[in-house]
Design a protein around this ligand. Structure first.
Ligand code: GLN
Length: 542
């Protein structure tokens, strides 16, 4: 069937969970037999979130094809298990950059270049760009209705729907607050937000009403009346403690049925949500609990570790345990008695990161896990620090360092200016522009048959996603081997170490890539399953 377009907007306040709503819609439609594609249109002017601070913007989610995207694409992938691609996250900055470059080349033939039609045309093109055979394209519009930046986007989707009204639908996610003192439900902010949309020429077909509790029918009725939307399409979206319950809750609220009835689609099979139900049951009634310390430095915004946090949950689901996270500020580990923060951990995870601040504390945590024989998982920066730790403490390379901390004689972690991908040489300059200078996206790696990671993956070739500038220098691998650290995964040409492990340790693995980006609730990542299993084992032994 020709694709239908669902545009998801947000009103009243930001952070309402539009991404979760879009993901859930995608999940429900997919489980009813439709092909879906999820996209995010962001009104900000950055080209991508790659250069934005994790403190401010949270995680940068990397796609297989190497795009640095908004973390909502992580939700999309986890829920729909549909790999996202570069074109699925568009920013106003990207569109403007392209338009202005074309303007300089004289592509507009002397015309005045304007928001309408040039920017709005570019937005519309990004909605349909590179579609294959999707039945539904779910397009989340970033920001909040009423923001100045959102205006061209609202105008573009209005025009889009005007050109093919029968194939478009607007879903508005809004807040219906409850006053704490009187317990009254307030529908006015929603009414105003819908008015704001109407003033942009958009009548929402469905309202998803966010609130702490399920919305009473009387409130739904009132909203229905004032906002000109049938009551069945004013859907309650209460807070939930387990996000993976969202598909079941939205389905009960009638969301997918209303979408299909809006488009006149009949006879679609009911969604099979049993696997999701199982996930929720395990999370609600775990058999045990393990405590995992995550040693990081972006702790004021835990969205910086969104995929990692989810992947830990998935590892827990596979092992039927709840993961208690202890978020440990790396810098605090360097204070007097800092190691107390590591007491009674069942596993230590050192995630990705950038810059020297916090590196010392992370290294300290790695030394602790290595010597205490506590499972230790180093991801990207965490792997680089694990290598530096072994080099300094056990291989006699006391000055071992990373180029990231200033150029050094013994850069065991160094800047690489060229490598080979799919038989093609890729080069980069160290002094290139800061945006987009990393090794990004999916790369294959070959595993040693005689290794723990081979047992974990059960296959010799893996594909994992990368986002880093520095690499372990092959020159030192014999020193590392003598110090008990083996390189057990490499790029197919053998040039780039991708995985290290310590065979003498219960579970000590470092990976240059980000396995958390490919973990799903219904398909937890093997490394996280194995790490959590090792943490359970450790807990049983102590
Ligand atoms: N800062 C390190 C690098 O650029 C690691 C990056 C990361 O952990 N994602 O290589």
């Amino acid at each position: 069937m020709a694709p239908r377009f669902l545009f998801i907007t947000g009103g009243v306040v930001s952070s309402l969970g539009k991404g979760l709503a879009a993901s859930t819609i995608g999940t429900l439609l997919k489980s009813r037999g439709f092909k879906v594609r999820l996209r995010k249109l962001d009104p900000y002017l950055n080209i991508d979130p790659g250069t934005m601070s994790p403190h401010e913007h949270g995680e940068v989610f990397v796609t297989d094809d190497g795009a640095e995207t908004d973390l909502d694409l992580g939700h999309y992938e986890r829920f729909t298990d549909q790999p996202a691609a570069r074109g699925d996250n568009v920013t106003a900055g990207q569109l403007y950059l392209d338009i202005l470059n074309r303007e300089r080349q004289g592509d507009f033939g002397g015309k005045t270049v304007q928001v309408i039609p040039h920017v709005t045309d570019a937005i519309k093109a990004s909605v349909t760009n590179n579609l294959v055979d999707e039945d539904f394209v779910v397009c989340e519009i970033g920001g909040t209705v009423g923001d100045i930046e959102s205006l061209p986007f609202l105008e573009a989707i209005r025009q889009f729907s005007n050109q093919s009204p029968a194939r478009c639908m607007f879903i508005h996610v809004t807040l219906v607050p409850q006053l704490r003192t009187t317990k009254e439900i307030k529908t006015k902010p929603t009414q105003h937000s819908v008015k704001e949309l109407l003033s942009a020429g958009i009548q929402p077909a469905i309202l998803l009403c966010r609130g702490e509790d399920p919305l009473a029918d009387s409130a739904r009725e009132k909203i229905s009346l004032f906002c000109n939307i049938p009551m069945a399409r004013v859907i309650s979206a209460p807070d939930i403690d387990i996000i993976y319950e969202a598909p079941a809750i939205y389905h009960q609220g009638g969301l997918d049925d209303e979408i299909l009835s809006y488009f006149g689609i009949k006879n679609a099979p009911a969604p099979d949500l049993r696997a999701w139900q199982k996930v929720v049951d395990i999370m609600r009634h775990p058999e045990d609990e393990v405590v995992i310390g995550v040693v990081g430095k972006y702790l004021d915004n835990l969205d910086s570790y969104k995929s990692l946090d989810e992947a830990l949950t998935h590892g827990g689901i596979a092992n039927h345990v709840r993961i208690k996270r202890r978020w440990i500020d790396a810098q605090k580990l360097c204070e007097d008695n800092g190691e107390r923060l590591l007491d009674a951990l069942d596993g230590v995870l050192v995630p990705g990161g950038f810059g020297e601040r916090g590196a010392q504390g992370k290294t300290r945590a790695i030394t602790w896990a290595r010597t205490q024989r506590v499972p230790c998982f180093g991801i990207c920066f965490g792997m680089q620090l694990a290598v530096i730790e072994t080099a300094r403490q056990l291989a006699g390379l006391t000055h071992a360092n990373s180029d990231e901390f200033g150029e050094s004689e013994s850069a065991i972690v160094g800047y690489l200016s060229s490598w080979v991908k799919n038989g093609r040489k890729i080069t980069r300059k160290q002094n290139a522009q800061i945006g987009g200078t990393m090794r990004l996206g999916s790369y294959p790696a070959t595993l040693d048959k005689n290794s723990r990671v081979f047992d974990i993956y059960g296959t010799e070739t893996i594909n994992e996603r990368h986002r880093h500038r520095y690499e372990i220098n092959l020159r030192y691998i014999d020193d590392l081997a003598r110090a008990g650290m083996q390189v057990t995964g490499r790029s197919p040409d053998g040039q780039l170490p991708e995985i290290v492990e310590r065979p003498d340790h219960p579970w000590f693995i470092g990976v240059q890539f980000h396995p958390e980006l490919k973990s799903r609730p219904l398909a937890p990542h093997p490394l996280f399953i194995s790490f959590i299993a090792a943490a359970i084992e450790h807990r049983r032994l102590v």
